[in-house]
Every structure is written in C-alpha cells, then in structure tokens.
Design a protein around this ligand. Structure first.
Ligand code: ZN
Ligand code: ZN
Length: 365
C-alpha cells in the first residue's frame, strides 16, 4: 500500500483515551522514508505515556518500537545510516527519536541527549505526514532519524524490540564499562534487565539478579543469570546487601544496574556495589518520584554513578548485530508472548500494564 492509500493510526487524545483515526498516506518528503508497520511492540514507556506520566509527551500518535517494511524512499535516500543500500520491500528498524545534530547536546557530541529527539512524538495526527507513531498501519521515518536494515534471517518479532531496550542497555553498559570477570547486579528482570543479563554475560561477566516475581525469575534463569537474590526471601536492604556480598567474596558487586524503575531501588543500589565500583541508573524515568538516599555512604564507598536516557543512534545497528549473532543463545523469541490486532490497542496496553504478558506486539495488517 504505497502513498495515496488510506492508513489507520492510534492517537492518544488525552491520557487513557485512544482514538483510531484514518488518514490518507502522503508521499515521503526528501530525506524521509514511508514504511508499513510489520509489528509494533508495546513498551513500558508507552504505558507511562498512556497513563499521562511521561514528562514531555502527553498526547499524539502512540508507539515507538517497531519493525518496518520500506514502502517509498524520499528523494535522496539510497542507504540506511550505515551505508547499506535500501530499496522498497526491505525490513528496517528505526531509532525512535530524531538526532538533529544542530542543538547544544548534539554539538557537544551527546547525540543521545538531542533537544529535538521527541520532535515528531507530540505532533497531532492532523499534521502531515500524520503517521508519527508505530501503533499504525504506516510510519514515516523522518529526516535525521537513524534507521538500519535488519540483518537477513533475524526473526521479525525479535528485531522489532531492538530499537528500545537492547540499544539502551548496550549504550548504558558501554558508558560504565562491563569487563570480563566483573560481577554485575541487575535490579529487576523486565525487558531491560534481561537484556542486561545477556549483554553482560557476552562480555564474560558474572550476573546476579534481584527480583521477586516468579515468572521474571524464571526468565532471568532462561537468560543465563548466574545467581538470583529473591527479595521475598531476602526482604530487607541489609539482607540483600549481605547476600550480594556473600556471592562476591565479601566485597560487593563491581557494577550494579538499576532497571527496576523504582526510586527505592536506586537508593539500595549503592549498598550492593563494592567500594570503588560503578552504578548505572536507567530504570527510573519519571521525575518527581522521591526516595531516601545515603550520600555519606556513596562518598565513603566512592562509587561512580552514571545515568543515561536514550542512546547514541548508531547503537541500534550494534543491537541488531548483537541479536543476529547471539539470538540462538537466549530465548528472545519467548519475550513476545502476546499478539493483538491494532484495533485492540487498549487491550494490549492494559494486558501489558497488568504484567500478564512480557511483551505485547501489535499487528496492523
Ligand atoms: Zn520502548
Ligand atoms: Zn540535537
């Protein structure tokens, strides 16, 4: 279905109110790519937006994780952002944000912090080219929005999630470093946590997950985590600190990664890391949620804290290659455990929030 046809999109008019709307699909502007959505995943941050908790995005066309099939190339587009030739029919994965290369963070080389990253997110659907989000039949990859051809043979369901959790984790862990023989505590075994386990494992690290939900513990084990600290059994910070110490020769972990998304998890992390260790904060993304924190302990232990949001856009290419190389060693295919028609988008969001499913995917065709 090329431009000129009619497509459908899911528009969040206000928190918790989604309207399905139809628009004519315009041709791509120069530098843009018109695609058809093969699959779009429901991500945790979609739930934040849906509920009205995202700090910047309150309405607009929903969806950011997707696998797309190229329909029409805008003038001047001949390759993806790695220089691989692209033609209609190819499967591509887009970064979910724009990298303008002109704002202050971009000028400082901090592409992951681009001030214009969400430029196309909060646009109303009336505004051409209408298809600003991936919960839709069509999607426009804008100029300055990095995208990559999906490696041959990579499962579409797995490729659809590469532009979010895995890219994010690979970028974050490359900032802190994760070395052979490091011990890594992973706080939370959701999508970010499982990808942390897989990536740390491939670097030769030993992994410890802190989690308290049976299904999530099972998944972490299937992803090859070396140790589990079940917080139902170790039910205080002190107990978990002692357990992690016992698993790390009495010293604490070299690195901890907060991907539980709970403020108290951040306060706890510095108890689990050794003196001189590193701590990566990525899970808490909604400002205004507070916790009690012990800065004196931080100083005494001299822990390096790193926090990151989004990723440098070429990490998407690395994430796709990581998946192509390692997909047989981790049960990525089991993570997408529910499929919904686009028209049932409300149901897909509700099921994802209730954690009945790990990752729901929307099929628009
Ligand atoms: Zn996402
Ligand atoms: Zn920028």
């Amino acid at each position: 279905m090329p431009s000129g046809d009619t497509g459908t999109l899911a528009y969040l008019a206000e928190p918790e109110r989604i309207e399905l709307r139809e628009y004519e699909v315009p041709p791509p502007e120069p530098g843009a790519v018109l695609t058809e959505i093969e699959r779009a995943n429901v991500c945790g941050s979609e739930l934040h937006i849906w509920r009205g908790h995202h700090p910047e995005v309150k309405n607009g066309v929903l969806g950011h994780e997707a696998l797309c099939r190229v329909d029409e190339l805008g003038e001047g587009v001949e390759t993806d952002y790695a220089g691989t030739p692209i033609e209609p029919g190819d499967l591509v994965a887009p970064a979910y944000f724009v990298t303008c290369r002109r704002c202050a963070p971009c000028q400082a080389g901090q592409f992951h912090l681009c001030e214009n990253a969400y430029e196309n997110w909060s646009k109303p659907p009336e505004e051409p080219p209408h298809f600003h989000g991936t919960f839709a039949t069509h999607y426009f990859i804008h100029p300055d929005q990095y995208f990559y051809k999906v490696p041959e043979g990579l499962d579409p369901g797995i490729a659809a999630g590469a532009n979010c959790a895995l890219s994010q984790i690979m970028f974050g862990l490359d900032q802190t470093g994760v070395d052979y023989d490091d011990t890594v505590v992973v706080q939370g075994a959701g999508g970010l946590g499982l990808n942390t386990i897989a990536y740390a494992n491939e670097q030769g690290a030993e992994t410890i997950v802190v989690e308290g939900v049976d299904g999530r513990i099972e998944r972490a084990e299937q992803f090859g985590v070396d140790h589990v600290v079940d917080f139902r059994e170790y039910d205080t910070v002190e107990a978990r600190e002692e357990r992690v110490a016992a698993l790390t020769g009495g010293v604490g972990a070299d690195l901890a990664v907060e991907v539980a998304g709970v403020p108290d998890a951040f306060a706890e992390g510095i108890h689990l890391v050794r003196k001189g260790g590193r701590y990566l904060e990525m899970g808490n993304v909604s400002p205004g949620h507070l916790t009690e924190f012990d800065p004196g302990l931080l100083t005494r232990k001299s822990i390096d804290i790193t926090s990151v949001v989004r990723y440098d856009p070429w990490y998407l290419s690395r994430a796709l290659e990581f998946l192509a190389a390692n997909v047989d060693d981790y049960p990525y295919e089991d993570l997408i455990d529910a499929e919904f028609d686009l028209v049932d988008v409300d149901e897909a969001l509700a099921a994802s929030e209730g954690r009945e499913v790990t990752r729901a995917t929307l099929l628009p065709h």
